[in-house]
Write a protein that binds this ligand. Structure first.
Ligand code: IMP
Length: 439
């Protein structure tokens, strides 16, 4: 096989690669284009591991012009020699997972021995989904804008130590009682607090038995499996979902997701230690988007916003919601670097900026406080745009001069190298200055 610069690489991984453990982290509000980069890097990996979030994530991949949307299963599943893991930090909707498996099987993807689920991953029940939606409804104009997939209520139950985990599907003698206790609790909240219709327990019980039958063979100790790959010096890719600004602790609370989206969740969400990570690759879109509510200081409300949304196809691959668009915010990127110890960056969707007369970068704020982002006035650096197309360019030298200056300006402001640049939706539309798996 050859990479984009024509360099021959082999899958004799032990000899070729030094940085065997690469973590991919989104550094904005999600939707940075991680899916494509994970997919590309998977060619170099033996295993891909998801470690947080759930089917609130949505990765659109374009391979040979064919679109595939993955929500829960690592995109590594499209590469037949790669083993995929869903680790304990991920909340798993068995319903969504089985649907996704069926969909991929229809496209000829084989799962045989290639997908493993952690016994400790929390289960999303239909009653979690109902609670998520009921809460959003009650919040009205103050709603978070969740994906409505039951993610938040499931993480709450995990922390409250009343949730179900995949391991509970292995013992059908106790499953009925466990599901009944939890769903009765959810139904009490739905009926008496949110005053909406309860969920039929009978239906959940019979589906839970089906889940048990179908998923039990996939349930294992993922932490141990990952350790085994690492002991054999096999390259492992850890695939983050959402972005650092949606982190439950460090994001724009309360307009965040319910998991930790930063580097710490790799350790707790898989069961590995810090010395088992070699490279942290941050994914940064060339502009910023967010879905759902919450502050967004560099948000645009003019024709440039419309241009970015249109050129960048900025509507959710998962929920189909239109994304809010704005300029790249260097202050937030610097924060993401600090939170995640980012070693290098991939800049994505560069081609979306083609044709703009000027490009703004947020380099600072008038009031420096994280207390109320809504009140902060961004300070911009205004750079010239470029007339020519960057779409599909795969070679640094072929980029327009102003594009190179834009990228170099970002690098000088953040102090971390941009080693990969994505110039289009196709897997091959990439400029590789350095492969994060190679030292
Ligand atoms: P939840 O994760 O469904 O609870 O939603 C909480 C917030 O995170 C909402 O603003 C969602 O729009 C946002 N969110 C969750 N997953 C993603 C994602 O994959 N990309 C972008 N935003 C997301």
């Amino acid at each position: 096989m050859k990479d984009n610069n024509g360099v021959r690489y082999t899958l004799n991984l032990r000899d070729t690669y030094m940085n065997n453990n690469v973590v991919i982290i989104g550094t904005q509000w999600g939707d940075e284009g991680k899916g494509k980069i994970v997919d590309w890097l998977t060619s170099y990996a033996k295993a891909v591991v998801r470690f947080q979030g759930g089917h609130n994530a949505g990765h659109t991949l374009v391979v040979d012009g064919k679109k595939t949307i993955l929500r829960l299963i690592p995109s590594g599943i499209l590469h037949e020699n790669v083993i995929c893991y869903i680790a304990n930090g991920v909340v798993v909707s068995p319903e969504a997972l089985l649907e996704e498996i069926a969909e991929l099987e229809k496209h000829g993807i084989s799962f045989c021995g290639r997908l493993h689920l952690s016994y400790a991953a929390p289960i999303i029940l239909p009653s979690h989904v109902a609670l998520d939606q009921a809460r959003e409804h009650v919040l009205g104009i103050h709603k978070i804008g969740t994906t409505g997939r039951g993610i938040g209520p499931t993480y709450e139950d995990k922390v409250a130590r009343r949730g179900l985990r995949l391991v509970d599907l292995l013992d059908i003698n106790t499953l009925t009682e466990k599901v009944t206790t939890l769903v009765n609790y959810h139904n009490f909240l739905l009926e008496h607090y949110y005053q909406v219709k309860p969920i039929a327990l009978k239906d959940i019980l019979s589906t839970a038995m089906e889940w048990s039958q179908q998923l039990s063979p996939l349930i294992t100790d993922v932490s141990h499996c990952v350790r085994t790959h690492q002991d054999k010096n096999e390259p492992v890719l850890f695939e983050g979902a959402q972005g650092s600004l949606l982190d439950i602790d460090h994001g724009t609370y309360p307009y965040v997701t319910s998991s930790s989206t930063t580097i710490s969740s790799v350790f707790s969400g898989v069961g590995i230690g810090p010395s088992q990570v070699d490279t942290v690759l941050g994914i940064m879109k060339a502009y910023t988007t967010r879905v759902g509510s919450g502050p967004f200081p560099s948000e645009l409300h003019d024709e440039t916003a419309e241009y970015l949304a249109k050129q960048g196809h900025e509507f959710g691959s998962n929920t189909k919601r239109l994304r809010r668009c704005g300029w790249l915010d260097i202050v937030f990127i610097k924060k993401a670097i600090q939170l995640n110890s980012i070693s290098c960056f991939c800049l994505t969707k560069l081609d979306v900026l083609d044709g703009l007369s000027h490009i703004n970068l947020v380099i600072d704020y008038q009031i420096k406080s994280m207390l109320s982002l809504d009140m902060e006035e961004p300070i911009y650096d205004i750079l010239p745009g470029w007339e020519s197309n960057t779409a599909g360019i795969r070679d640094w030298a072929a980029l327009p001069l102003n594009t190179k200056s834009y990228i170099e300006k970002i690098e000088s402001l953040i102090g971390v190298p941009i080693t990969m640049i994505s110039t289009g939706p196709d897997r091959a539309d990439l400029i590789i200055r350095k492969n994060p798996f190679q030292s």
